[in-house]
Ligand binder design. Structure first.
Ligand SMILES: Cc1cc2nc3c(=O)[nH]c(=O)nc-3n(C[C@H](O)[C@H](O)[C@H](O)COP(=O)(O)OP(=O)(O)OC[C@H]3O[C@@H](n4cnc5c(N)ncnc54)[C@H](O)[C@@H]3O)c2cc1C
Length: 398
């Protein structure tokens, strides 16, 4: 079997239980267009960009043209989308490349999401349409050099009110898209009330510097930056007007965390499909290795993990639409699917033998990228503690 036979534009071949049937015909049609675009415009270049740690800027407009930016935000939404469909988009993106899925997750989920959740109607009208069209690229600056998992309490970046302006001082780390973003949402503690507030910071503002994090060995296509803020002055109109505490930041993260769970399934599928195609082509002991029972065992473990994970993310997204999804639901999905992904990319790598560590065969990329998905948007430990608090009634964060 060649990899081409695993690529149907009209359905996801690795969706073993046929969950895609839950989508509307229109949603299925958009996914078919997305698959075709990813297969023809994105996939051919990803290994080269991964090796060079460069971002394919030309895809920004292409992805925007497919309506992928701003889907959850009313003003810019080109059509009604179910949460399952939105998650499925993240899956399809990550199935081809987890860095591209991350780019969209930052633009559409974290950056536009901050404005969608925390912005006033005027701010939404001012910024979201230009981001939806891909004219403006956004980034989301929460994590700091000294504050990762404890960002709810530990932020050191300070916002000081000065007349009609705010002055920001501090530093951020790991900020995706930030080497080329036009605006970055900076989350900072107010010197006035000690609460976390969000600011829309144009990246050409004096005192704002973003420096690329070099030599990353996972999600190499994502351009992560260290940011320094030295007396960065923004007007009050750039403060997210409906985000007055970390609760607003958490509301954005809840939405995007569930989509990272979907992306983890996509990254698993990408590795599995490459391994399955290879198993049917690679001949050892006179027959394709797919005919060896132990290879089938590895592949079946992969499809089992993938199928269980799709079931979980589908239900989690349905709960979002029903209004019953809580933090612990998104956290369990993220912790579970990323852990299954780590196993799955390992099995896929094993099927490939030595070629599993060569970039040209794709699995090495999915294998390496799994590590960043596992840790960002809440590590497994943090998400476990959120679920643990929910099921026991006991908070165990410290
Ligand atoms: C590729 C990539 C992209 C990213 N993009 C962004 C972005 O766009 N914007 C942004 O703001 N951030 C971004 N991040 C940051 C990301 O969210 C953090 O890396 C993550 O939250 C973990 O923080 P940390 O790396 O500082 O680890 P730490 O918080 O230092 O944790 C280190 C280890 O200690 C564990 N740990 C910490 N506290 C506890 C505890 N109480 N109990 C048990 N274990 C604990 C953690 O689970 C982890 O295993 C990105 C990170 C990566 C790697």
């Amino acid at each position: 079997m060649s990899s081409a036979t695993l690529t149907s534009f009209t359905s996801l071949v690795s969706d073993f239980y046929g969950y895609e049937d839950l989508l509307s015909d229109r949603e299925k049609g958009v996914l078919a267009d997305l698959r075709r675009y990813l297969e023809t415009e994105v996939k051919p270049g990803v290994n080269r960009h991964w090796a060079d740690a460069t971002f394919p800027h030309e895809i920004v407009k292409g992805l925007a043209g497919l309506g992928l930016f701003g889907m959850p935000w009313e003003e810019t939404r080109p059509f009604e989308n179910s949460a399952v469909f939105r998650g499925w988009v993240a899956l399809e993106l990550a199935r081809v490349d987890a860095s591209v899925a991350t780019f969209v997750g930052v633009q559409n989920g974290l950056a536009m999401g901050s404005i969608g959740v925390g912005g006033s109607p005027e701010q939404r009208a001012e910024w979201l349409p230009r981001m939806a069209s891909g004219d403006l690229v956004g980034a989301f600056g929460l994590t700091e050099p000294l504050s990762g998992s404890d960002s709810a309490q530990g932020l050191r970046t300070i916002a000081t009110r000065d007349g009609d302006d705010w002055v920001l001082n501090g530093s951020k780390r790991w900020i995706g898209n930030a080497t080329f973003s036009d605006i970055t949402i900076i989350w900072a503690k107010s010197a006035e009330d000690g609460q976390v507030k969000g600011f829309i910071v144009p990246t050409d503002t004096e005192g704002y510097t973003a420096t690329k994090i070099e030599d990353k060995q996972s999600l190499r296509i994502v351009q992560n930056a260290d940011i320094t803020l030295e007396n960065v002055r923004v007007p009050e109109s750039h403060r997210l007007q409906q985000a007055d505490s970390f609760r607003s930041t958490a509301a954005v993260l809840r939405l995007t965390r569930a989509e990272v769970a979907w992306a983890a399934v996509g990254n698993s599928i990408g590795a599995y499909e490459a391994a399955l195609a290879y198993a049917n082509e690679r001949v050892q002991f006179g027959k394709p290795i797919a005919k060896h029972q132990l290879i089938q065992d590895l592949l079946v473990k992969c499809i089992g993990n993938i199928t269980a994970s799709i079931g979980m993310v589908v239900r989690c997204s349905q709960m979002l639409d029903e209004g019953t999804q809580r933090d612990e639901h998104a956290s369990l999905a993220k912790a579970f699917t990323t852990a299954r992904m780590r196993e799955t990319v390992g099995y896929a790598r094993e099927v490939m033998g030595g070629n599993g560590i060569v970039l040209d065969y794709d699995v090495a990329r999915f294998f390496a990228d799994a590590e960043a998905l596992y840790s960002y948007e809440g590590t497994r430990e943090m998400n476990t503690l959120i679920v643990g608090r929910s099921i026991t009634g006991q908070a165990a964060f410290v």
